[in-house]
Write a protein that binds this ligand. Structure first.
Ligand code: HEM
Length: 511
């Protein structure tokens, strides 16, 4: 990947004006040389310049003398403001007037294959007199443009309420089917009848979570069209960053094949008569109907579904993996969590609401795992001159809030911010609302799937420990293998998994 357009001269705007300090290319060179990637994507202009950034938390912090002041990276005449101080992050999220997201969303749509003509239609606000204006539109009563309608529709589907409960129940139902001792062939080479199996924890989390999420959104339709749909989604996820950075196809990208399989599958799904795609959730049905009204072409319709399908699948298996890995490496934590989750089983059924309100240890471990493994870089575009943290941000530039830096801010998390220590959240419950803890972003793009994600991860953990005795496979010397290392070698778009080859092997017995 090329890094282009960094200015050569060192310039500290902070000394000359109210603008943020400029991180020059010299510091940048060191930064690339010394550290592995914590990478983000953003769009900085209408000509769709997509760049990536490799910011070491330490260098970035040192650059502003550990002050967490906003600093700037200059490229191709544009500025990128890096915002990491909690109060500045809060101010960015709060500002929905002079800081926007639509430009970034537009670029994401293009990256996923949304066409130019479709974009024009999709951003158009329906107005009386348009050939496709529907008075008293039952699907889009607020008469907002297709893009905002799609966002609103997913929020209505995913936020707590009957619609989210439907997805949550379908997800758990699918897990009940897939998490069975005799059906673990996808994550072990042991024969089905073996009384004890050594399984790959990562494969277990990946397959069961994506399978269940796919069924909860689309019923069995996608599986019926393509029985390898889960494998394709996993393959796509492994390389999804290549889509975000729009790497040229001639490079023979890892993402191309799974993306093309997923597009084929979703295209066939979109073309099904409405009555034949009836198992899909309300949001998917609604977005498809709305896209027909607006006249969005088939390819663009399919690509928007792929984007939503991906959003629903990109983080959960990774976070489930980290939580379970920590439990397996720490017997005391495991016993506490098993005790908490077992109490949620009533007459053979799992009471998910009980899990939400009666499992403080599970909750603290979940939050701590989100803190340490989140690599999202939430962005905004400056629409009008804006003052944040005493600095003047200029229109046309982009803001990035890298969660890795927020989540390891020593001023907030103490002198050992990289240490896994769930008691941070156990002792200080309000830390989940701190502006330096933003695993789900915030403001206008605050993740609508955040409650469902918890539902899914808690559900998997409760089910696994209810059905199986699970323990770490130790080495021949009786020692625990090294705890897996977070994979930060490719650009992280959210929660990242372990480095390749650093899986957790688990001994599983039926309870
Ligand atoms: C642990 C799990 C999850 C994490 C860490 C996570 C993280 C995030 C983050 C950081 C954002 C903000 C992105 C931005 O502002 O650029 C976001 C947005 C979003 N998430 Fe999640 N997410 C998770 C689960 C889910 C699930 C389960 C779904 C759907 C079923 C989902 C759907 C979405 C959607 C649709 C958006 C875009 C919201 C908008 O632009 O209005 N997420 N997520």
């Amino acid at each position: 990947m090329a890094f282009v357009g960094f200015h050569d001269q060192t310039e500290n705007l902070a000394q000359r004006s109210k603008g943020p300090s400029l991180l020059d290319s010299t510091a940048y060179g060191n930064l690339f040389g010394q550290f592995r990637q914590a990478l983000g994507a953003w769009a900085v202009s209408e000509v769709l310049i997509v760049k990536h950034i490799n910011i070491s938390p330490d260098i970035a912090r040192n650059y502003t003398n550990r002050s967490h002041e906003i600093f700037t990276i200059q490229m191709l005449g544009k500025k990128l403001y890096i915002v990491t101080a909690p109060e500045d992050v809060a101010a960015v999220y709060k500002n929905t007037v002079s800081l926007g997201f639509d430009g970034h969303l537009n670029d994401l749509l293009v990256s996923f294959g949304f066409g130019e003509e479709a974009l024009r239609k999709a951003w158009h606000t329906p107005t009386p007199g348009d050939h496709n204006y529907i008075p008293n539109n039952p699907i889009n009563p607020d008469q907002v443009n297709f893009i905002h309608h799609t966002e609103e529709t997913f929020k209505m589907q995913l936020l707590p309420g009957p619609r989210m409960d439907t997805i949550g129940s379908a997800f758990l139902e699918a897990l009940h089917q897939s998490v069975q001792f005799d059906h673990l062939g996808f994550c072990t080479s042991a024969p089905p009848q073996a009384p004890c199996k050594h399984i790959s924890l990562y494969d277990l989390c990946r397959f069961t979570m994506v399978d269940a999420a796919t069924r909860s959104l689309f019923g069995s339709h996608l599986h019926d069209i393509n029985h390898c749909v889960v494998d394709h989604m996993l393959g796509f996820n492994d390389y999804a960053w290549q889509v975000f950075f729009r790497l040229p196809r001639f490079l023979g990208l890892g993402v191309s094949e799974p993306q093309s399989h997923l597009m084929d599958t979703l295209r066939q799904f979109v073309q099904l008569p409405q009555e034949k795609r009836a198992q899909a959730t309300w949001a998917i049905q609604t977005v498809l109907q709305s896209s027909e009204h607006v006249g969005i072409d088939l390819e663009s319709r399919t690509s928007v579904l792929l984007m939503m399908f991906w959003a629903a699948n990109s983080n959960e298996y990774n976070i489930a993996f980290w939580v379970i890995a920590h439990l397996l490496y720490d017997e005391v934590l495991k016993d506490l969590v098993v005790q908490e989750t077992e109490a949620a089983w009533q007459s053979g059924a799992l009471d998910i609401k009980y899990l939400f309100s009666h499992c403080p240890n599970l909750e603290a471990i979940f939050n701590e795992a989100l803190r340490l493994n989140g690599g999202a870089m939430v962005s905004r575009i400056v629409l009008e001159k804006t003052i944040i943290g005493g600095k003047e941000l200029q229109p046309g530039n982009a803001i990035i809030m890298p969660s890795r830096q927020l989540h390891t801010n020593e001023k907030v998390w103490g002198s050992n911010p990289r240490e896994f220590n769930p008691s941070r959240f156990l002792k200080h419950k309000t830390m989940t609302r701190h502006s330096s803890f933003r695993p789900f972003g915030g403001g206008i793009t605050y993740c609508p799937g955040r409650v469902l994600a918890k539902h899914q991860v808690y559900g998997l953990i409760a089910l696994l420990f209810h059905r199986f005795e699970m323990s770490l496979v130790v080495g021949e010397d009786g020692k625990k293998p090294e705890f897996p290392v977070l994979n930060d070698t490719t650009p992280g778009l959210g929660i990242t998994g372990p480095l390749k080859g650093m899986d957790v092997k688990v001994e599983v017995r039926e309870r």
